[in-house]
Design a protein around this ligand. Structure first.
Ligand SMILES: Nc1ncnc2c1ncn2[C@@H]1O[C@H](COP(=O)(O)OP(=O)(O)OP(=O)(O)O)[C@@H](O)[C@H]1O
Length: 595
């Protein structure tokens, strides 16, 4: 029940509907129990003595009961529907909000398929149970209670005898629940694994086919599918064991009533009408008890779903605003970034060496900082920390003198725009992709950003221009075209801090050069971080930092660095080794430097 206590905030505000759903069903049930009583009156007071005057009244009473029962059932259905759907809506909203709040470290290990199944199948399970299943479970309790009282008013000894079996039934039902709950938990986990499998296969279909790994994927899927099937077989085995037992016990009580009750009627200790009436009532009590297994099933499923959902909803948010977060005035931010002795190790990777160690940097407003280094040297980590994707371990990062941990997250991120190496485009028009995060941008502004990013010309060549829908994950565009749209998106924000994380890697030198020329005008007075593997992308930077396994190996301007022995010059030589002498001298500085 702890799970439902945890979910209380999502449904308790609709307690009126919860009450309506439970009471509606309870009243309908109680009214249903009146039929056998009417039957008793019909047999004992009319048919047996042959007195039929009251028949019309009895018929009218029956009609009245039918109408009332229908009304109660309507209240139950209406309230249950409202309750379940409103609860599901709130849960979906809260889960989605949580997904927005959770930090990058959560997504480092999260699996899309698993999250999708929590937001869909799990919420559906909870909706069904709280909307209807709960009322039905309560109804079973009401039926036993009301039925017991009514039967006892007819003949308490016979009632006690037949009802003595009910606790046994309850015991078996609880055992059943305990046995089936872990199986349901495994089934949910198996579904989630299967979903992850399918989702990754579809997302990575190009890799699967190019490598050709269809067989391997089939094997992986088969294992998941077998696991899912085996869990269902275990479920069927638990069912097979308990269901006949529940049915046997339920039937035993009816047989007992007919046997003992029959003898009592023969001995004139009980009227025939009373036996018929008690038999009708017992039948009404036992019918939902047969369903108790289904109801418990429903309960355990939704409990397992609730556990998984609460696990998501209660996940701690690693990076969030502190209590007195400072909201800087957007206009007032200058973009002075400082890293002071920053060291960082990724969460859950404590055993690995630090991704960044004793990192220092002073980037005055408007400066261009270049980051170069081998793969895994820590370049992306620097900018991730600046965006507070993770909080630094040791040291501090300041923006205009304020520690970014004390800054309002939205203020910080609004003023920093990043273009990732992998450009992500939403399945919508190019216009909406460029204006993402800047919904009020005019068409002119969008075109302005696209021109700076050297994207305007190719967009205009598309049949629908800016209205072209780029499809799921930006299919249909080349890597370079996607990168240019992503650059336009960042430029449109006119951020104080622009971060280009290897974001021109898919562009040819000429386009990259043109973008850099445009950037020079637009980024005047703004601080820019450029991560690149190509020296040509960095040569204009005010300071270039060469990283090696998380440490700054070299720093300085291009002209200084090519004169020093070290990683920078080695990279330069490697990249310019094959260039014809004439081209290099024409470009002035781009001379090959001998080791
Ligand atoms: N999300 C993460 N979780 C755990 N470790 C990570 C994560 N991201 C990066 N790392 C590790 O941190 C180190 C630095 O990675 P980083 O991405 O900063 O390197 P990089 O210089 O940007 O590399 P590349 O040029 O290949 O993009 C690497 O050892 C990497 O494996």
């Amino acid at each position: 029940m702890n799970v439902f206590r945890g979910l209380k905030t999502f449904f308790w505000q609709d307690k009126g509907f919860l009450l309506g759903s439970v009471l509606g069903l309870a009243v309908a049930t109680a009214l249903g129990l009146v039929y056998p009583l009417l039957l008793r009156v019909l047999i004992d007071d009319m048919i047996t003595p042959g007195e039929y005057e009251g028949l019309t009244g009895l018929a009218l009473l029956a009609v009245g009961i039918i109408v009332l029962k229908a009304c109660s059932q309507y209240v139950h259905g209406f309230s249950g529907g409202r309750l379940g759907n409103r609860l599901a809506y709130r849960l979906r909203q809260a889960s989605y909000k949580k997904l927005q709040q959770l930090s990058f470290s959560f997504y480092d290990t999260a699996r899309t398929g698993d999250l999708m199944s929590r937001l869909t199948a799990d919420i559906e399970g909870i909706r069904n149970f709280i909307g209807f299943g709960f009322a039905q479970l309560m109804n079973t309790g009401f039926l036993v209670l009301f039925g017991f009282i009514m039967m006892a008013t007819i003949d308490w000894r016979l009632t006690l005898m037949t009802m003595a079996i009910i606790p046994i039934l309850g015991y078996v039902a609880v055992k059943f629940e305990l046995g089936i709950h872990p199986v349901f938990r495994s089934i949910r986990a198996a579904v989630s694994r299967l979903t992850v499998n399918v989702q990754e296969n579809i997302m990575g279909v190009r890799t699967v086919k190019s490598f050709p790994s269809e067989e391997h994927e089939m094997k992986k899927f088969r294992e998941g599918n077998e696991n899912y099937r085996d869990n269902h077989l275990t479920l069927a085995a638990v069912w097979a064991k308990y269901f006949p037992a529940i049915e046997f016990i339920a039937n035993a009580s009816v047989i007992l009533l007919l046997l003992v009750g029959g003898i009592m009627v023969i001995n004139r200790d009980l009227t025939l009408g009373s036996l018929v009436s008690m038999n009708g009532m017992l039948g009404m009590i036992v019918a939902p008890l047969w369903n108790l297994g289904f109801q418990i099933n429903n309960y355990t499923q939704s409990k397992a779903a609730g556990e998984r959902l609460l696990e998501l909803l209660n996940k701690p948010i690693q990076v969030k605003n502190n209590e007195h977060a400072i909201e800087l005035d957007d206009e007032g931010i200058r973009g002075h970034v400082k890293f002071c002795d920053v060291s960082f190790r990724y969460p859950n990777h404590e055993h690995q060496p630090s991704a960044l160690l004793g990192f220092n940097l002073d980037a005055p407003p408007g400066s261009v900082i270049g980051l170069l280094g081998g793969t895994g040297s820590g370049k992306s980590t620097v900018v991730q920390l600046l965006l507070r994707a993770y909080d630094v371990g040791d040291g501090s990062i300041t923006l205009d003198g304020v520690d970014i941990r004390d800054l309002d997250l939205a203020t910080l991120r609004r003023q920093s725009a990043i273009v990732f190496q992998e450009s992500f485009l939403f399945s919508t028009t190019i216009r909406e992709n460029i204006s993402y995060g800047n919904a009020y941008a005019s068409d002119d502004e969008i075109a302005w950003a696209a021109k700076l990013a050297q994207a305007h010309d190719f967009i205009m060549e598309l049949p629908l221009g800016y209205d072209t829908i780029v499809g799921e994950r930006g299919m249909g565009l080349s890597g370079g075209q996607k990168q240019r749209i992503a650059i336009a998106r960042a430029l449109l924000l006119k951020p104080r801090i622009l971060i280009l994380d290897d974001s021109t890697s898919a562009l040819d030198m000429e386009t990259e050069h043109a973008i850099q020329q445009s950037l020079r005008q637009v980024m005047k007075g703004r601080t820019t971080f450029i991560i690149a593997h190509r020296i040509s992308s960095l040569r204009q930077a005010d300071e270039i930092l060469v990283l090696d396994r998380g440490r700054v190996a070299q720093r300085g301007k291009h002209d200084q660095l090519i004169k020093q022995p070290g990683l920078y010059r080695e990279t330069y030589n490697t990249q310019y080794a094959d260039r014809p002498e004439g081209l290099e001298t024409a470009r002035g500085q781009e001379r090959k430097v001998s080791g």
